[in-house]
Write a protein that binds this ligand. Structure first.
Ligand code: XMP
Length: 317
């Protein structure tokens, strides 16, 4: 019978045997999989694991600092790299969703490769790949596609020539969470909603500017905080705010406004392949809408997405 404790014991023993005194570099995303993989590797080889956490400027409000802090509290040997300018620079003027994804993937590879080079004599690339990633290895949106397109243009980045160690590649998501819990990871980390690699770049429809990112981060933070305080965060599978590329007329005191629209999305799902829109209470939606419009300069209208997948997708891009 599979138990988290038995899995942890055999995996750590196996990792020690496989890795010996070798150095491993691993990219943390803030998500469950890479975090659990890192803690497992850390327990096996300690400081020989070098983690890299990249701020692409498209994370949720304050998330880079908070997550980096919690990684440090876990004792991980982690380096945080602030690279917002590089990502936002590469995104400037792009409006097509797949081009945005490619630009982000390309810059991530460059930033990660630079950081990995600073780990002298590194032999292995650690990854939080889980079993469903292995069987669905062909994903148009996933990082593998980005890496392939990069490969065709410029040759394989050096970190991709490393040997790969993937301690979670036989596990399903719920098993990863159980392993994480047994390893003592925080419930807030283990219970986090999935968040796409390209982050807010695919939640800002059309072109991306630092101003739009800042507006969306504020609105999204109000939304997520209200889901948490109302107890709804754990009842939905994923939620987030989307910045729409439209202006609408409003009124503030005696003034006419012409500002941006934010859409709230929340879905229930098992694996993201199909999803139903979440029936959040009207009172909660009303509170969130008021708070966003009253506090986030640049937004004068909030709408709620009532589309299920299929035919709509969870993200808008
Ligand atoms: P869709 O929009 O396809 O999303 O219904 C299904 C799940 O996949 C996530 N998603 C992504 N994750 N890179 C990622 O790492 C991406 O480019 C990407 N696009 C969508 C989405 O957040 C949802 O959980």
């Amino acid at each position: 019978d599979w138990t988290p404790d038995a899995f942890i014991d055999t995996t750590i023993a196996g990792l020690r045997e496989k890795l010996g005194n070798d150095l491993v570099v691993l990219g943390l995303s803030g998500g469950v999989d890479s975090s659990v993989a890192a803690v497992l590797l850390h327990q096996a080889i300690g400081k020989n694991l070098h983690c890299i956490f990249v701020d692409n400027g498209l994370l949720r409000k304050d998330e880079f600092e908070q997550v980096l802090d919690s990684y440090k509290h876990m004792g991980l040997n982690v380096r945080g790299i602030k690279a917002s300018d590089r990502f936002l620079g590469a995104l400037a003027g792009l409006t097509d969703p797949e081009q945005k994804r490619k630009a982000i993937g390309r810059v991530f590879i460059e930033v990660f490769d630079d950081a990995a080079h600073e780990v002298q004599n590194v032999k292995w690339l650690g990854q939080g790949t889980i079993y469903p990633d292995v069987i669905e290895s062909v994903s148009v949106k996933g990082p593998s596609a980005t890496i392939k397109s990069h490969h065709n243009v410029g040759g394989l980045p050096d970190f991709m020539k490393l040997k790969v160690v993937e301690p979670l590649n036989t596990l399903f998501k719920d098993e990863v969470r159980r392993v994480g819990k047994a390893l003592g990871l925080d419930d807030t980390l283990l219970g986090r909603h999935p968040f796409p690699g390209p982050g807010l770049a695919i939640r800002i429809l059309g072109d991306i500017t630092p101003e739009k990112v800042a507006i969306l981060q504020e609105a999204d933070a109000i939304y997520i905080n209200n889901l948490k305080s109302s107890g709804w965060y754990d009842k939905v599978w994923q939620a987030g705010a989307i910045f729409l590329p439209v202006h609408s007329v409003g009124v503030m005191g005696d003034e006419r406004t012409y500002e941006n629209v934010v859409c709230l999305r929340a879905v229930s799902s098992v694996d993201g392949m199909t999803a139903d829109w979440s029936h959040l209470p009207y009172e909660l939606l009303a509170k969130i809408s008021n708070e966003i419009i009253n506090n986030v300069k640049g937004i004068n209208r909030v709408v709620y997405d009532i589309s299920s997948k299929p035919p709509a997708t969870i993200e808008w891009e």
